[in-house]
Design a protein around this ligand. Structure first.
Ligand code: PLP
Length: 375
């Protein structure tokens, strides 16, 4: 969005790693993969990532919003796309016109989709999202019987055609949690109810990345992973899958300067240098996705060495301590803010652990001022 001047930070996206990760997940699950590329491909850039995943054999793509699906179509992605999160304002006519498979979570959503289909004189493709226990999206248990009746009528009228039946696991990252098996049982029962009205889905899917990597028995017709495709293993204690992180965040040293002993660094002078030192200004900040909660706990790689962040992370920048001799660092030197960790450097996982979150939040939080570069 800021074309015209070089960005100060770059996220290099390793598309070969993404293709590799798809194969790793497909091998683990032994079924096809609907690749989840919502939230701009988990921050990696939805269109190039989707193109890579489809080229590597994904059977379809999943996104939350119809707008995300339309953006993929605008990017010339012709593969099947399912979009499953809507509001009453969602433009189902645009979704139908673009051949998007609409995930529906209620009779109200189904009615809105039917109205759009009838207006266009077309048949909408539907994936029924069943709430099997997460109590989030999906047709609620107490609405299920009525929903099936409504769906049967809409189908008989030619307004909708069934493509899939899906549900989402609440505890997929705990492979042994009995809730996973309970959810799978309820999904099977829902499919049986649909079969009873003559509706046979092409694809039934439940498993997210953690389940795809650990519960082959829950794979159904296809799995629906997101984060693992980007090389982030959500269950490292249960799976040693050979995933390669796809994003490396880099910038360049903006300034190098001396700070005398006793000098306070950054807002609030939260860090006071104990002895004369040299610092570097790193020009990415919390607006770019460097959590402010990492203040004083960051490390970056410059010329193969680790340097520690000092003082508060600001909106656009933070400061690292180069030591009294300056560590041989000069302005313009490349800074690896996080990467694959292959060289022992900082990773999105490390940031997540330090800030009490998950690496999903780190990579999806990399902001629009960071250029994406594909290799
Ligand atoms: N399916 C649904 C409905 C989701 O909301 C998500 C992401 O949260 C996924 C699949 C992919 O999950 P993960 O990134 O854990 O593989």
């Amino acid at each position: 969005p800021y074309a015209g001047s070089p960005a100060l930070g770059t996220a290099t996206i390793d598309l070969a790693a993404i293709a590799h990760n798809l194969r790793v997940v497909a091998d683990a699950a032994e079924v096809g993969v609907i690749a989840v590329v919502k939230a701009d491909g988990y921050g990696h850039g939805a269109v190039p990532v989707a193109r890579t995943l489809v080229g590597a054999g994904a059977v379809g793509l999943g996104v939350a919003q119809v707008a995300e699906a339309l953006a993929l179509r605008a990017g010339a992605i012709t593969a099947p796309i399912t979009a499953w999160l809507h509001t009453p304002d969602t433009d189902f006519q645009a979704a139908i016109a673009a051949g998007i498979d609409v995930g529906v979570s209620s009779s109200r959503q189904l009615a809105a989709l039917v109205a759009a289909a009838e207006h266009l004189g077309e048949t909408a493709t539907v994936t029924i999202k069943v709430d099997t226990g997460m109590n989030r999206s999906g047709v609620a248990r107490d609405e299920w019987a009525g929903f099936v009746d409504d769906f049967a009528r809409a189908r008989a009228a030619g307004a909708v055609a069934l493509r899939g039946v899906m549900s989402h696991l609440a505890c997929g990252d705990e492979p042994d949690n009995p809730a996973n098996t309970d959810q799978a049982d309820l999904l099977r029962a829902a499919v049986a109810d649909l079969n009873a009205i003559g509706a046979i889905p092409e694809l039934v899917h439940l498993a997210n990345s953690p389940a795809a990597l650990t519960r082959r028995d829950l794979a159904f017709d296809t799995v629906r992973p997101g984060v693992a495709l980007f090389g982030l293993n959500p269950v490292p204690q249960h799976s040693r899958a050979d995933l390669i992180p796809a994003m490396t965040l880099r910038t360049a040293v903006s300034l190098v300067k001396h700070v005398p002993a006793g000098g306070g660094v950054s807002y609030g002078h939260g860090y006071v240098v104990p002895a004369d030192t040299v610092v570097a200004v790193i020009p990415v900040g919390y607006a770019d996705g460097v959590p402010r909660a990492l203040s004083g706990r960051l490390r970056v790689r410059i010329n193969g060495r680790d340097f520690a962040g000092i003082g508060r992370v600001c909106m656009d920048q933070f400061v690292v301590d180069l030591g009294p001799a300056g560590g041989g660092v000069t302005e313009g030197d490349e800074v690896e803010v996080f990467g694959t960790g292959a060289d022992g450097g900082p990773t999105a996982r490390e940031w997540a652990e330090l800030t009490g979150t998950i690496d999903y939040e780190i990579v999806t939080g990399i902001g629009p001022r960071i250029a994406r570069r594909y290799v």
